[in-house]
Write a protein that binds this ligand. Structure first.
Ligand SMILES: Nc1nc2c(ncn2[C@@H]2O[C@H](COP(=O)(O)OP(=O)(O)OP(=O)(O)O)[C@@H](O)[C@H]2O)c(=O)[nH]1
Ligand SMILES: [Mg+2]
Length: 353
């Protein structure tokens, strides 16, 4: 007897509505990563780039830009970016109209992505789109960003059907002796390559993962982690990716996983088989079902990409101190803060008696 009915991508996409899978980059990091993904041939039909900072929208590939003017030029906070977005919600909704699947990519912790990405996800849901959110979380040394990133992740997750989290700590630790600008560029490059592979990009020699496999691996209303590793030995690469999952979540909660290996033409069948088995035994209760794909085009900066899903919480939730203090019953208002665009000078002051 079938006890559950799971919606798959096929329920959202029929033959006459191709061109309805859209990618949206939000804020500085989100626009940069989305633009890089747009250079690969994935299942995404159209790209949009949205930001309150005009500089984010310069030099991007294959897509349209939407500039949301900030409410004020002096302060940068997520609530102000959300307020600015609310003012232009019709424009945002017009972009999202008729989309069946919306992939929103953003870096959390700054003002723009943290304020706008949850709003864009809400507006996409209003259009009945299936919403996939990809959040790049700040490194643990970016203290000023941790609290905002944690609050924003909670809001983003509550408006997305699937939330994929990438931790910048995974990348920065191995590149600490290089110039920051170079490191940012390379992180964006690796993230976009990894995402493009799990989103269905492939070349001649690849055994690829389709967008629908990516979606069926992700568990609705749970967190999905995406980790990337570049050890020369495949087993080491898989172990490194798993170690990164252990640092952020309870690995026993893993319900499904997806492994993508990048190697040279000599990638051995046994290496793929051992890696899949290795991953399967290290996650969940030791027998997680692992989907896999591989490329033998020799991209040297990445050897393994692991997508693991099913986590109820992540270490990033702990940065939201207030959420940890107030439990669900005592919460006063869980909605995102939003600045209002009002000219207070026009309000007549009331007299005190
Ligand atoms: N990979 C990568 N990460 C970046 C880049 N720029 C910023 N980040 C990271 O992304 C997260 C969010 O930062 P931004 O995207 O700059 O923030 P924003 O949404 O533009 O908001 P503001 O800070 O107000 O500009 C932080 O963890 C940053 O360290 C980039 O070029 N590449
Ligand atoms: Mg920015």
């Amino acid at each position: 007897m079938v006890r559950e009915y799971t919606l798959t991508l096929k329920h959202y996409i029929t033959e006459d509505n191709s061109n309805k899978i859209i990618g949206v980059g939000v804020g500085s990091a989100g626009c940069k990563i989305a633009s890089k993904i747009s250079s690969f041939k994935t299942g995404i039909n159209r790209f949009y780039y949205i930001s309150c900072d005009e500089n984010d929208l310069i030099g991007l590939n294959n897509g349209e830009t939407l500039y949301i003017p900030p409410l004020t030029s002096t302060k940068r906070e997520p609530s102000l970016a959300r307020g600015a977005g609310m003012r232009h919600r019709d424009k945002i909704s017009r972009i999202l109209r008729d989309s069946k699947v919306t992939l929103i990519i953003t870096g959390l912790g700054g003002a723009v992505g943290s304020g706008l990405a949850p709003l864009i996800a809400e507006l996409a849901k209003e259009q009945n789109s299936l919403v996939l959110g990809v959040a790049v979380m700040p490194s643990s040394y970016e203290h000023s960003k941790l609290f905002y990133s944690s609050v924003a992740l909670r809001h983003f997750r509550s408006s997305c059907d699937y939330t994929i989290v990438i931790d910048k700590d995974d990348f920065t630790q191995s590149m600490s002796d290089r110039p920051i600008i170079e490191v940012y560029e390379e992180i964006s490059e690796r993230i976009s390559f990894a995402l493009s592979r799990v989103l269905g990009a492939f070349e001649k020699e690849d055994y690829y993962i389709s967008l629908s496999k990516f979606i069926t691996t992700s568990i609705k209303d749970r967190f999905t982690l995406l980790t990337v590793s570049n050890r020369s030995n495949m087993m080491d690469a898989v172990s490194e990716a798993v170690a990164s999952i252990y640092r952020k979540a309870n690995p026993a909660e893993t319900e499904s996983a997806l492994l993508y290996l990048c190697g040279s033409k000599d990638l051995l069948a046994g290496e793929v088989e051992d890696s899949v088995r290795h991953l399967s035994t290290l996650l969940g209760n030791g027998s997680v079902k692992v989907e896999y794909g591989f490329s033998t085009n020799g991209y040297t900066k990445i050897t393994s990409i692991v997508l693991a899903s099913g986590f109820k919480t992540l270490k990033h939730a702990k940065y939201d101190v207030l959420e940890n203090i107030f439990d669900a019953e005592r919460k006063i208002d869980a909605a995102p803060e939003c600045a209002v665009d009002l000219d207070l000078s026009k309000i007549t002051q009331m007299e005190h008696f």
